[in-house]
Ligand binder design. Structure first.
Ligand code: NAP
Length: 308
């Protein structure tokens, strides 16, 4: 069956696009992806999404958005996109291990972004054995233990603050002497007695490969070149995100970091393909801006289909 609109991704961008496309009677199909609900499903409290004066838990917000889209007529498919052909229309999307085939007149890419890693062999080997990229998923396993958080942005500080609920001590390792995170999070972190900082330092290696679990970390001070080793049980990598756009690498115009280039609203280099959320936004990356561009993409797609 040919669809009017397929939406790839089920974070705030994808679900907002779905809500708008449903209300325009376009009967969208959402392909939920590797992480249904997107990055907010692995956060705790969201305090800056308008409309929730007392804050709302990330997973709850995403469940509500999905229910809203469903009620208005959005169809959902569990699974991730394995390949796509957008060289001609209808666009063809293959989903899941069985490569189920879907066709659409218009496509909205809202595939979001995923956590970046340090790219060390020890990190790969110890992933899930003390190394993690998600404090809300794994923090619980580090009761009263020493953990490190690598990074200096909002995510790093949020993870560090969250981890103090479980860990005995949390050390933030940042490669500069100034944080990138917002002031409010900096203040919270500096006030927290369980949080320490190691400045101007990069991770040389993660220790414990032979033992099969993290035992420590080797750091290099970028100013003095001094190398130190610190014992710890957990290491959380929080150094930002990269867009999930590999599938479209050669088919759509991307910038040098892999973000989809949009012009004139949410139009991509392929007519009929629109992009929203973190897959195309390397500046704001907020739930509310993702939702905003999801709304724009649905309106742009509706106009595109209407003009045909
Ligand atoms: P980010 O703002 O890009 O920060 C990444 C941090 O990791 C930076 O401090 C960066 O150092 C460091 N870093 C990057 N690559 C590194 C490497 N290879 N080795 C060591 N350190 C490295 O990413 P983010 O913290 O994930 O935040 C992403 C976006 O989401 C931001 O716009 C943020 O405001 C938003 N966000 C908001 C909230 C909230 O509002 N509560 C929560 C989470 C995220 P440098 O500083 O030296 O570049």
């Amino acid at each position: 069956m040919m669809r009017n609109i397929i939406i790839i991704g089920s974070g705030p961008a994808g679900l907002t696009a779905a809500i708008y496309a449903s209300r325009a009677n376009l009967k969208p199909l959402v392909i939920e992806g590797h992480q249904p609900g997107g990055q907010l499903t692995i956060t705790t409290e969201v305090e800056n999404y308008p409309g929730f004066p007392d804050g709302i838990m990330g997973p709850q917000l995403m469940m509500d958005m999905k229910r809203q889209a469903e009620r208005l007529g959005t169809e959902f498919v569990m699974g991730y996109v394995t390949s796509a052909d957008i060289s001609k229309r209808p666009f063809v999307i293959y989903v899941g291990e069985d490569d189920n085939r879907y066709e659409a007149r218009a496509l909205i890419i809202a595939s979001g972004a995923s956590a970046k890693l340090l790219d060390l062999e020890s990190e790969r080997k110890l992933m899930g054995k003390g190394v993690s990229a998600c404090a809300t998923c794994d923090g619980f396993f580090f009761k009263e233990q020493d953990v490190m958080v690598v990074g200096g942005g909002d995510t790093a500080l949020e993870e560090a603050i969250f981890l103090t609920k479980f860990a005995g001590k949390v050390t933030v390792i940042h490669r500069r002497d100034m944080l990138r995170a917002t002031k409010i999070l900096q203040d919270k972190a500096f006030k927290n007695e369980k949080i320490d900082f190691i400045w101007d330092s990069v991770v040389e290696d993660i220790l414990g490969v032979e033992e099969g679990k993290v035992t420590g970390i080797r750091l290099k001070n970028v100013k003095t070149s001094e190398i130190i080793e610190k014992g710890c049980e957990g290491i959380f990598i929080a150094i930002g995100h990269s867009p999930n756009t590999k599938l479209f690498n050669s088919q759509i115009e991307l910038d040098d970091k892999g973000y989809i280039i949009t012009r004139d609203g949410t139009k991509t280099s392929v007519p009929g393909v629109f992009a929203a959320g973190d897959a195309q936004d390397h500046v704001y990356k907020q739930a509310i801006t993702a939702a905003g561009t999801g709304c724009m993409a649905a309106i742009d797609a509706e106009r595109f289909l209407g003009e045909e």
